[in-house]
Ligand binder design. Structure first.
Ligand code: G
Ligand code: G
Ligand code: MN
Length: 431
């Protein structure tokens, strides 16, 4: 039958149905189960075979869904790829779970269309009235929360729980706070110096983002960066930090040509072609030579989408920007992969450096990375230097650069300027 796509009632019918049943003196004392279903795989089918085939797959799925439900259950199509199933007089969560199992199995059955055998996957979230919510909007919200939690845990389905919502609500509020902070430029950068072990002079700084939320107080960078990555704020955040670092770096570079400013780039921007354009533009705005900028990227960030990252890093490297592999030694990239990376610096992870005076194994790793880097014509930085002994040992190992609390902790820009004037390392460089 044609036009079947329209045949399932929509979201407003779902709301009306819920309102009516919830009004019926608490659904006659019974429970009401709401399952939200999200179909996955439809985008690929539409993209590769066209929307018409996608629509036919959907209408087959709709028919199968209706067939597998009991007569008292109701199915709705709430958006393009989302369905809702309402189970009146539910006996308990277990019964709804059985229904979900049935539905996920039928979604995986191949659908034959035009000689193609196509399969869908489904993710489900369950919420129950009156346990989880007392009105229709709220019940839908709870089922959506469960669905999102299933998605983020890579599970087929999840039941709503109060704990999830507190977590989700605090993340939501952090997210909106962070968005405001980025809008207002309320992100600060702290700078940690990096010294040249041969000349014993400061060679540059690594910038580290800092955010103090008006509501939540100081938020750790790994926390807010992950939130920014997941909520689409990472590009505006990167735009802000790159420009701030280049602006402040220029003040020092005016009197010290060989002063590199380092920026940590997160995994999410390495998959975004816009990032190399953004950085190129920032360099020209601030009149910074590309070789005065170092981008720190971790191996795992590059591995998220190796082809794409490689392409982006290559174009940045071609512009003359320095690329450093941060936390080197903790990732999984093979040496043959390393051979092809457009990088010019390795940064040994601090976990090896912190213990190198007590742990012979760590000392050997550090020495091996120094040699490896030099064999590939790469500069090498050690981070996590907390005492004189490890600084001396690294110099003996022929390591090029060092960074760590022994030299200086990350500090606000004003303190960095003072440090440059007062510390023996900083002083020598600007003298
Ligand atoms: O700054 P520490 O101060 O605690 O940094 C914690 C982690 O957050 C480190 O792995 C560091 O690389 C990362 N980090 C700090 N600032 C930035 C930033 O501006 N961008 C990205 N992507 N990561 C950052
Ligand atoms: O992942 P990344 O290398 O960007 O992490 C930078 C983090 O390392 C910052 O949080 C910085 O404060 C921290 N750090 C820098 N030097 C030292 C050090 O000597 N000891 C310790 N424990 N942490 C350090
Ligand atoms: Mn770093």
């Amino acid at each position: 039958m044609a036009g079947q796509l329209q045949s399932l009632p929509d979201r407003s019918r779902l709301l009306a149905e819920l309102d009516q049943r919830m009004g019926q003196s608490g659904n006659e004392g019974g429970l009401l189960g709401l399952i939200l279903l999200k179909l996955r795989g439809l985008g690929t089918i539409n993209g590769e075979l066209g929307n018409e085939i996608g629509d036919r797959v959907l209408s087959k799925f709709s028919n199968r869904l209706v067939d597998c439900l009991r007569p008292s259950d109701m199915a709705f199509r709430t958006t393009g790829s989302k369905y809702a199933v309402l189970i009146p007089s539910l006996l308990g969560v277990g019964q709804a779970e059985l229904a979900i199992k049935k539905i996920t199995q039928l979604a995986r059955l191949p659908v034959e269309v035009n000689g193609h055998s196509l399969r869908l996957n489904v993710t489900a979230g369950l919420a129950v009235y009156p346990q989880h919510a007392e009105d229709s909007e709220r019940l839908i919200y709870c089922a959506e929360t469960a669905l999102n939690s299933a998605k983020s845990l890579s599970k087929t389905f999840a039941v709503y729980s109060q704990k999830q919502v507190t977590k989700t609500l605090s993340v939501l509020s952090l997210e909106s706070e962070l968005e405001k902070a980025i809008d207002h430029g309320d992100i600060e950068l702290h700078y940690q110096p990096k010294i040249d072990l041969k000349t014993q002079e400061v060679a540059g700084v690594e910038s580290l983002a800092r955010w103090t939320s008006k509501v939540h107080g100081p938020v750790r960078p790994d926390v807010f960066i992950e939130i920014a990555e997941r909520s689409g704020l990472i590009l505006p955040l990167t735009l802000l930090t790159v420009n701030l670092a280049l602006r402040q770096g220029r003040e020092i570079q005016a009197s010290n040509r060989n002063f590199a400013v380092g920026i940590n780039l997160s995994a999410a921007v390495l998959n975004d072609s816009e990032v190399s354009e953004l950085i190129g533009r920032a360099l020209s705005i601030w009149g910074t030579e590309p070789d005065q900028l170092t981008l720190e990227v971790t191996e795992s960030a590059m591995m998220a989408d190796p082809d794409k990252s490689l392409q982006i890093l290559k174009s940045l490297r071609a512009e003359g920007v320095n690329i450093s592999i941060d936390d080197f030694g903790t990732g999984y990239s093979s040496l043959s992969y390393l051979k092809n990376l457009p990088v010019n610096e390795l940064k040994i992870d601090k976990s090896f450096v912190l213990n190198m005076m007590d742990d012979e194994g760590d000392a050997k790793i550090v020495k091996s990375v120094v040699d490896l880097a030099h064999n590939f014509d790469l500069a090498v930085v050690a981070e996590g230097i907390e005492n004189r002994e490890s600084l001396d040992q690294l110099a003996q190992m022929d390591c090029d650069f060092a960074q760590g609390f022994y030299i200086a902790r990350p500090m606000p820009f004003e303190d960095l300027l003072k440090w440059m004037g007062n510390s023996s390392w900083g002083n020598r460089a600007s003298a």
